[in-house]
Design a protein around this ligand. Structure first.
Ligand SMILES: Nc1ncnc2c1ncn2[C@@H]1O[C@H](COP(=O)(O)OP(=O)(O)OP(=O)(O)O)[C@@H](O)[C@H]1O
Ligand SMILES: [Mg+2]
Length: 232
C-alpha cells in the first residue's frame, strides 16, 4: 500500500477529509490514527499517544494491526468509517493488485445495524469530498463500489465466506460482540483467515510460493502476544 498523501495532510485538507476529526474531543483518534499510519507525531501529540498506549514514541512505520480497546460510544465506528475507509480505499494505491483484480476493504461487523452505521459513515465521507466523491461507482446495502478497483464491503462475522478475496485492509468492528452458529470463536477464525490471506498476498507479491510452514512462521510473527481468549 502506498499513500498518495499523508493521513495528516488529508485530515487537514477541506477537499479531502478536512473537518472530520477536528476539535479537541477527536484529538486522541487523530493522534492514534496518524501514528498507526507510520507518520511522525508532534511533541504535544506524543503526550496524547503515551496516555493511550503507554509508549513514549509513535512506531515510525505503518502498523500491521491496530487494536482499539474501548468502551461504548467511543468513536470507533466513526473513526473506521469516516477516516480509515476513505483514506485507505480512496487515497492510497495498492500496487499488489494485478490488472483486472478488485481489492476489497472488508468491514466485519457484529450485525446489520453496525453494517449500516459504518458504511453510512464511509459513504458520507466520500460524498463530502469533491475529490473522493468522484470515485463512487455504486452503493448497495452491503457495498460501496469505487471506480479505482476497490470494493468496500461489510459482512457479518462468518469466516466461511471470506475465501477467494484480496483484502487491502480489514476493519473488525465490535469484535467482542461477534457470534456465530458455526464457530465457538468466530473472532479467532475470522482474523486468522484474513491474516492468512494477507500473508499469501505478500508472499506472492515477492514472487514466492507460500508453503504451510511459511504461513505458520509469518502468522506467528504477525500475531505476537495474544490477549486471553473469551473462553479462557
Ligand atoms: N471523541 C468524540 N468526539 C465527538 N463525538 C464523538 C466522539 N466519540 C464518539 N462521538 C460521537 O458518539 C457517537 C458514537 O460514535 P461511534 O458510533 O463511532 O461509537 P462506537 O465506539 O462505534 O460506539 P458503539 O460501541 O456503540 O458501536 C457518534 O455520534 C460520534 O460522532
Ligand atoms: Mg460502533
Amino acid at each position: 500500500m502506498i499513500p498518495r498523501i499523508s493521513l495528516r495532510q488529508a485530515l487537514a485538507d477541506p477537499a479531502l477529509l478536512g473537518g472530520v476529526l477536528d476539535g479537541e474531543s477527536w484529538k486522541p483518534w487523530h493522534t492514534l490514527l496518524i501514528a498507526a499510519m507510520g507518520e511522525e507525531l508532534t511533541q504535544d501529540e506524543r503526550t496524547v499517544f503515551k496516555k493511550f498506549t503507554g509508549r513514549d514514541r509513535e512506531p515510525g512505520r505503518r502498523v500491521e494491526e491496530f487494536v482499539g480497546i474501548k468502551g461504548r460510544r467511543a468513536g470507533g465506528s466513526y473513526a473506521g468509517g469516516k477516516v480509515v475507509i476513505p483514506y485507505l480505499a480512496g487515497l492510497c494505491e495498492h500496487p499488489s493488485l494485478v490488472r483486472g483484480e478488485r481489492g476489497v476493504l472488508l468491514c466485519v461487523v457484529a450485525d446489520q445495524r453496525q453494517a449500516d452505521v459504518i458504511l453510512d459513515y464511509a459513504d458520507a465521507s466520500f460524498r463530502a469530498s469533491p475529490v473522493l466523491s468522484q470515485l463512487i461507482e455504486a452503493r448497495t446495502q452491503r457495498e460501496l463500489r469505487l471506480n479505482n478497483g476497490i470494493d468496500i464491503e461489510v459482512r457479518a462475522a462468518d469466516y466461511r465466506r471470506l475465501r477467494g478475496l484480496t483484502f487491502i485492509a480489514v476493519i473488525a468492528d465490535e469484535v467482542a460482540f461477534w457470534s456465530s452458529d458455526y464457530s465457538a470463536n468466530p473472532d479467532d477464525e475470522i482474523l486468522n483467515a484474513v491474516r492468512r490471506s494477507r500473508v499469501v498476498e505478500e508472499i506472492k507479491r515477492r514472487k514466492g510460493t507460500p508453503t504451510a510452514d511459511h504461513l505458520k512462521l509469518v502468522l506467528s510473527v504477525i500475531e505476537g502476544p495474544r490477549f486471553p481468549s473469551k473462553d479462557a
